[in-house]
Design a protein around this ligand. Structure first.
Ligand code: ADP
Length: 614
């Protein structure tokens, strides 16, 4: 466990509170208020009880006794009402807290550079922080719980010290008992009790941190064995045919090995608290004896004995809790720091500020100028000196074998990545200089692995909570979803999938594809790109979808991507990708006529699939 300086811990804790204030407003404050009342209440009760006993054992003034009794009842009543209401609010907020934590991660994920979403190291970093938080409360939740403990401990210590002062100040008449050295001995005993527990906590924390480091590994193993390997029917065939369960059993040995190590750690952990218990017991005995002897020599009445014993107990508890909180703080600061390391991952992509002129004539020219690209942490270019210019309103096809760089080309076009070399220009200006959100808004994409979400059909198409229902319907009809729409139980309000709605509708792959096409149409951007959303279809069906879609895109610049040449032959211009380069460009007839070209080779290699259509 890396040591963190007190100063750093303080700064980290303060930043943690800042995040809680932003994402979970009122939670920490509510908990602190609840604990303040909860900690003060017993002291008031003990103090008044001591007065009642003193009164009963000495002057027995009825008026005073009644006053104390009424006071105690009233105070407890008010405290109970306050505590109850605050507790209800806090419990509700604490249940919500986990959802709010989710928002912290989603906000950061959304703001990360796209390449960082594919960066395994960064995503592992996020997973470790997130799983530790959700499994153990490590970091932010510990800070919330620790706040309650800190307030409780501080209140206990401060109030106890105030109420215990008279134990040392009152005189018994016996010089050895009244010697101030006893005050020091008693306080030392209490501190010793607190410290002994903190040693145990430090040991526990060390073992706990070791477990926490393994969280991601443990979860992955658990999910793999528990869910994937044995419970996923799709994998069952391979598991049985290739007897994968024997390899799996070997890997499970590792889990058992870890379990043995954990057992040894648990045994070690249980020794320290036991020793701490003995020390605390001895320290308490010395304190109680001191109170009893002082009362025996007449320093105070029986009521005060009750008060001092109760308060000494609370002081000891308070100190032990404070020590616990301080060593716990060390642990959660390490987790908080890990969270901050993730939240502080900077954006490297240049964020330009130029606005994009809104043009009704859609006169947007995009040009790739000597663009090369290499994925982060890889050693070769997947795009090499690509040069291409899109003409406004043109239907461009991008074809080539799988892995030739077509999708990467599109990722660069919509600026999910920046080129490693060269530049992409929009109306003559490097796209990095434009405002990123505005630049993205001129593209509608339908990716191969497009995603729909568990929102209503209308919201899925419009990608917005509020939408123009007529326009959504028109887009769905154009995209071939018209008949299915009529069957939807609540029309556009029908929820897709069942994650949030019991009555949600499950849709087929083809239907999902139509909705995704409608979403691209609804966005009404000047550029529209279809990156093989039809890969699951056979070549003839894909060709039909592409050419039907082409009829409805109107005057937009459309880019069709496919590894199947037949799907794109209707396009004005076809760019042939091979090994990251554009090796040919032209119309279908021109390209197929070039017998030495890649297009000719691919066309005839694939011809068997669509000879009836060609
Ligand atoms: P296509 O769309 O033509 O099938 P891609 O553009 O998807 O080709 O892939 C081009 C090359 O880039 C392939 O060799 C692929 O393995 C590699 N590649 C794609 N995505 C990544 C990535 N995120 N990280 C590293 N390499 C990638």
């Amino acid at each position: 466990m890396n040591k963190m300086s007190i100063r750093k811990r303080f700064a980290v804790t303060v930043r943690g509170f800042g995040i809680l204030k932003k994402y979970c407003p009122g939670l920490v404050q509510g908990k602190a208020l609840y604990e303040s009342i909860n900690s003060l209440q017993p002291f008031v009760t003990v103090w008044i009880s001591a007065r009642i006993i003193n009164e009963l054992s000495a002057q027995q003034r009825i008026k005073n006794i009644v006053g104390y009794v009424v006071g105690i009842v009233l105070i407890n009543f008010v405290c109970a009402v306050l505590k109850n209401s605050i507790n209800r609010v806090c419990n509700e907020k604490e249940t919500q807290m986990w959802n709010w934590f989710g928002k912290i991660f989603s906000d950061k994920q959304m703001s990360l550079d796209f390449e960082d979403l594919e960066n395994a190291k960064i995503q592992h970093q996020k997973q470790e922080v997130e799983e530790n938080l959700y499994m153990f409360g490590n970091g932010l939740a510990q800070l919330v719980w620790g706040t309650s403990g800190l307030v409780r401990a501080s209140m206990n210590i401060l109030t106890s010290l105030t109420m215990i002062a008279t134990l040392f100040l009152s005189k018994s008449g016996n010089t050895s008992i009244d010697n101030p050295i006893w005050s020091i001995i008693i306080l030392l005993c209490i501190v010793l009790g607190g410290l002994s527990n903190s040693k145990a906590t430090v040991k526990e924390n060390k073992v706990f941190m070791k477990w926490c480091k393994d969280t991601v590994w443990f979860n992955r193993t658990f999910m793999f064995f528990g869910r994937e390997l044995y419970m996923n029917p799709e994998k069952a065939k391979d598991v049985r045919i290739y007897k994968q369960n024997t390899i799996a059993a070997k890997a499970l040995d590792k889990l058992i090995e870890r379990d043995k190590e954990n057992q040894a750690d648990i045994f070690k952990m249980s020794i320290s608290p036991a020793i701490a218990c003995v020390i605390i017991g001895l320290a308490n005995t010395v304190c109680y004896l001191f109170v009893a002897i002082k009362a025996f020599f007449g320093a105070f009445g029986v009521g005060s004995v009750v008060q001092y014993i109760a308060v000494l107990q609370r002081l000891g508890d308070g100190l032990q809790e404070l020590m616990f909180i301080l060593s716990d703080n060390e642990v959660y600061c390490i987790h908080l720091q890990k969270l901050f390391d993730y939240l502080d991952i900077p954006n490297h992509m240049y964020q330009g500020s130029l606005t994009i002129e809104k043009r009704d004539d859609n006169e947007y020219y995009v040009e790739f100028h000597n663009v090369s690209f290499r994925y982060p942490n890889t050693d070769h270019d997947v795009l090499k000196r690509v040069n291409i210019k899109f003409k406004v309103g043109e239907k461009l096809a991008v074809v080539g074998m799988n892995g030739s760089g077509k999708t990467t080309f599109i990722k660069l076009l919509c600026r999910l990545y920046d080129p490693t070399e060269g530049e992409i220009l929009l109306n003559g200006v490097d796209i990095r200089k434009y405002n990123y959100d505005e630049y993205r808004s001129i593209f509608s994409m339908v990716f191969q692995d497009f995603q729909l979400f568990s929102f209503s059909l209308g919201q899925n198409v419009a990608a917005s909570v509020n939408y123009d229902a007529n326009r959504v319907k028109t887009c769905l009809e154009k995209a071939g979803f018209g008949n299915r729409l009529k069957e939807m139980p609540q029309g556009l309000d029908t929820c897709l999938y069942k994650d949030f709605e019991e009555n949600g509708v499950e849709i087929s792959g083809g239907e999902a594809q139509n909705i995704a096409l409608a979403r691209a149409l609804y966005k009404n951007s000047p550029f529209i790109v279809l990156d093989e959303p039809t890969a699951a279809l056979d070549p003839i069906a894909e060709a039909e979808v592409y050419s039907n879609f082409n009829k409805i895109v109107g005057d937009k610049t459309a880019i069709y991507i496919s590894h199947r040449l037949s799907s794109c032959r209707f396009c004005d211009e076809i760019a042939v990708f091979d090994n990251g380069q554009i090796v040919q460009q032209g119309s279908h007839d021109e390209l197929v006529a070039d017998e030495n070209g890649k297009y000719h080779e691919l066309w005839y290699a694939q011809a068997q699939y669509y000879t009836e259509k060609s």
